[in-house]
Design a protein around this ligand. Structure first.
Ligand SMILES: Nc1ncnc2c1ncn2[C@@H]1O[C@H](COP(=O)(O)OP(=O)(O)OP(=O)(O)O)[C@@H](O)[C@H]1O
Ligand SMILES: [Mg+2]
Length: 344
């Protein structure tokens, strides 16, 4: 059996709705934000959480990092139970979020000294990271003068100095400039299989470089599916999407003559381009064809591609789900049979 670094089995998280909102009804009413999150992450792989705003990605990260306690379900993180072995889980993980603030009057060195001491971390790891990111000139500078990008790097450093088996990071590269972002990605990638990353990040380059799997979460906090990043790249190797509104109707033959990769959607035609040059080529051919009211080009988000992959493989996913449910049922029946035997 493959060893799992995270096993989440029906995790539920609820928040109070706030008395004033529900005074006339139920003052104790709760809103369910995670509604039975189930997935496994094998050891040595990294995961990206994707989903629309408010779908519960940050809440899931915080729940798996023991910041929030779950209201239902079970989870094992690094082989320890999330609730009954919370202290053990905490020893093996770090959580990094843009909401994490520091003592403004402390210098970078004093801040890292503090975290190394309380988490029994490794100052050499912190120094490595700061030097690689070329921030060592700020060693004795107070954090109150740090830019957003410099604070984001400091947060990551605080997470990494602990040498965690899993680094849970909420939008870790936001605010970091393009050049430094690439250094951060290369640094995290270099650590490869030693460290599992569980990230919330919408940029395709971060997911491409650092993650092996994507967990897509829908509004309401349910798992829509889990996808392998390489499978996604192999099947949907395109970056631009050009939507054409034709004057009358565009035949499949006409579409094919413009570009072979297209999809007809309710009288409109959507072309897919892998590169900028291909997108320009498609533009020119559409203009040459000329029978359009309008056309629009947009960059494809990683969420879009994941959704398309899931739609294409819906049947496969459903069969997998039925198979998993069958296994769970069989395991339950086996447990029940054992209990019955013991009673006898
Ligand atoms: N502490 C809290 N108390 C009450 N409701 C909360 C709390 N934290 C989050 N929520 C609610 O839970 C839902 C999920 O929030 P969460 O921050 O996890 O979403 P998200 O997927 O991370 O969104 P985003 O992409 O905007 O960061 C939202 O409706 C939010 O309002
Ligand atoms: Mg969030």
């Amino acid at each position: 059996m493959v060893d799992q670094i995270i096993q989440s089995d029906g995790l539920i998280k609820e928040f109070p709705m706030g008395g004033f909102l529900t005074r006339k009804k139920d003052p104790f009413a709760k809103k369910r934000v995670l509604d039975g999150i189930t997935f496994d992450l094998p050891k040595g792989l990294s995961l990206a959480l994707l989903g629309p705003n408010g779908s519960g990605k940050t809440t899931l990260l915080k729940t798996l990092s023991t910041i929030y306690s779950p209201d239902g379900g079970d989870a094992q993180v690094c082989g320890y139970d999330l609730v009954s072995e919370m202290k053990e889980v905490r020893k093996h993980i770090s959580f990094v979020s843009p909401a994490m603030d520091f003592q403004k009057k402390l210098t970078l060195k004093q801040t890292l000294d503090f975290f190394v001491k309380v988490t029994k971390g490794d100052m050499a790891l912190a120094k490595d990271f700061i030097e690689e990111l070329q921030l060592d000139h700020l060693w004795n500078t107070k954090l109150e003068t740090f830019s957003e990008g410099q604070k984001a790097i400091t947060r990551l450093c605080v997470g990494l100095q602990k040498n965690p088996a899993i680094l849970f990071a909420d939008e870790p590269t936001s605010g970091i400039d393009f050049r430094r972002k690439q250094i951060v990605l290369d640094f995290l990638e270099k650590q490869g299989k030693e460290r599992t990353l569980v990230l919330v990040d919408h940029s395709p380059d971060v997911v491409d470089q650092l993650c092996d799997k994507i967990l897509l979460i829908s509004l309401g906090g349910t798992v829509q599916g889990m996808v392998d990043v390489t499978k996604l790249q192999n099947e949907f190797n395109y970056m631009y999407d050009i939507m054409v509104i034709p004057k009358d109707q565009m035949s499949e033959k006409e579409a094919e003559s413009i570009w072979p990769r297209f999809e007809m959607i309710g009288g409109m035609c959507r072309f897919f381009a892998g590169t900028r040059a291909e997108a320009v080529d498609i533009h020119n051919k559409i203009i040459e064809w000329g029978k359009f009211i309008d056309f629009k080009t947009s960059g494809i988000s990683i969420e879009d591609i994941t959704l398309m992959w899931l739609a294409k493989h819906e049947k496969e996913q459903e069969e997998k789900l039925v198979e998993e449910r069958k296994k769970i049922k069989q395991a339950e029946q086996l447990k029940q049979a054992k209990r019955n035997r013991r009673r006898k």
